[in-house]
Design a protein around this ligand. Structure first.
Ligand code: UD1
Ligand code: CA
Length: 461
């Protein structure tokens, strides 16, 4: 038998209102698919057996998450939320703990709220405990009909009468159940309602009829339980989550001059006293050290940035490792496989990929460094290009320590430049250069004196 409390997460619906070829629960919010968040909230609240009901494009959903604590349950026809939980009944056979039920399209739910719901449910010894919210505009949600603490029924909008529609306490679609009770109550559900579906919400009235306790816990912050049905709500949820990510980072010691324009994915880590200027994007598995300055328009994806790094305006960094105290940009492009060891300066319009730069090496302007291994204290002049691609294969350039490269040089790879050499400006280097040498490959200059005057006299005639 598996250990730990169980949660069922409903995610079989089509998400018609998204108007998308992508299943609703896979639409991303702050860098993670929507379904990631309820799963993570359940885990953090202590629910270790996760049973996810999928139907519409089931494989696409299950392939996105391959965690071992998830059991995938197939609901071939979407006959309603009650039917969805029925599909999970077999996988709950022999399970006797309290059962959490979540919807895959409620991504802002917090683990603390789930813990409170669980505690209240257990303390009250209820058969069903519903997480509810007070909404000024409850349109579209199921209404909670109470008799004091006891919930008599949940009425869907489409089945509600005028008086029931006035109720502003709504069902968030999050519940704790006594497992044995709910599994037996599901057998009694029918489709006698406006949507011809098996409503999970009908187990509330069934509990009351059976003389069981039904309870409701009302969330303090209703934004936590917003359901995502269309792309406007998706954007709204993203704004709320983004603000929470930014606020957590600011409380943790990160400065943002305008947090409303800073876009940081869930899970990005940033050290204290780092300053983020407006319109910064930090995505994926990115970590940023302490005391960094990140200027406007910087985009960082899946990269590790050490302490004291200055990323200047408009730079793009992807799958790169940036060592301490580097200065990058403005307008630098560091592509996958770039490794800057530390104290490096990468200036404007410099592109790097699959290249390692030793300590204090620099390329200050207009340079391309690809497939290269570069030592310490190397200076690339303006307009250096590693010609790494012959149209078929990529080739390696090696530049040893203390090399000085003049402006406008090309390295035709594969080629190795020995340590402490100097490459004269304007050289095209096709052969290896021994250490401590001067390499110069320009053609000799010819000055033809008086040439211009002779040309001009000819054209005057
Ligand atoms: C449901 C509740 C409503 C509540 C609202 C909160 C019912 C009958 N109504 O309504 O009281 O206020 O959520 O957001 O439960 N799903 C399946 N299989 C199905 C049907 C749905 O897995 O056959 C999943 C959906 O993918 C979704 C969740 O269940 O994640 C909720 O379904 P949805 O159709 O959105 O229910 P609502 O009409 O919003
Ligand atoms: Ca919904």
């Amino acid at each position: 038998m598996e250990k730990g409390l169980a949660a069922v997460i409903l995610a079989a619906g089509k998400g018609t209102r998204m108007r998308s070829a992508v299943p609703k629960v896979l639409h991303p919010i702050c860098g993670q698919p929507m379904l990631y968040y309820p799963l993570e909230a359940a885990r953090l609240a202590g629910f270790k057996q996760l049973k996810v009901v999928v139907g519409h494009r089931a494989e696409e959903v299950s392939d996105t998450f391959n965690e071992a604590d998830i059991t995938w349950i197939r609901q071939t026809d979407q006959l309603g939320t009650g039917h969805a939980l029925m599909c999970a009944a077999d996988s709950l056979c022999g399970y006797s703990g309290a059962l959490l039920l979540l919807c895959g399209d409620v991504p802002l739910i917090q683990p603390d709220t789930l813990r409170q719901l669980q505690n209240y449910h257990l303390q009250q010894r209820a058969a069903v405990t519903v997480l509810t919210a007070q909404l000024p505009n409850p349109t579209g949600y199921g209404r909670v009909i109470r008799d004091g603490e006891q919930i008599l029924q949940i009425v869907e909008e489409k089945d509600a009468d005028e008086q029931q529609r006035q109720v502003t306490e709504i069902n968030t679609g999050t519940y704790l159940f006594d497992t044995a009770f709910v599994l037996s109550a599901l057998k009694g559900l029918n489709k006698n309602n406006a949507q011809r579906e098996y409503y999970l919400t009908d187990v509330v009235a069934a509990a009351v009829a059976a003389g069981e306790k039904t309870r409701a816990l009302c969330v303090e912050d209703p934004t936590e339980v917003m359901g995502i049905n269309d792309r406007c709500q998706l954007a709204e949820a993203e704004v709320l989550m983004r603000w929470k990510i930014n606020a957590d980072l600011m409380f943790g010691g990160v400065s943002m001059t305008d947090p409303t324009t800073v876009y940081i994915d869930n899970g990005v880590e940033i050290g204290i006293d780092t300053i983020l200027h407006p319109n910064v994007h930090l995505h994926g598995k990115t970590t940023i050290g302490k005391n960094c300055i990140i200027e406007t328009g910087v985009v960082v994806v899946d990269s590790q940035i050490a302490d004291g790094v200055h990323l200047k305006a408009g730079s793009a960094i992807e799958e790169a490792q940036i060592g301490p105290k580097c200065k990058i940009g403005p307008m630098a492009h560091l592509r996958p496989g770039t490794v800057l060891t530390g104290n490096n300066k990468i200036g404007n319009f410099v592109e790097m990929k699959k290249s390692v730069l030793g300590e204090k090496s620099q390329a200050s302007h207009l340079t391309y460094i690809g497939d290269s291994e570069v030592g310490k204290n190397v200076n690339f002049g303006c307009g250096t290009i590693t010609c790494n691609y012959d149209g078929v294969n990529k080739h390696q350039t090696t530049v040893e320590d203390d090399v000085f490269v003049g402006s406008d040089c090309q390295f035709i790879a594969p080629v190795t430049i020995g340590r402490n050499s100097l490459i004269a400006a304007g050289s095209t280097i096709t052969e290896d250069v021994p250490p401590d040498s001067l390499a110069l490959s320009r053609t000799e200059q010819v000055n033809v004196e008086g040439w211009r005057l002779r040309k001009q006299k000819k054209s005057d005639k």
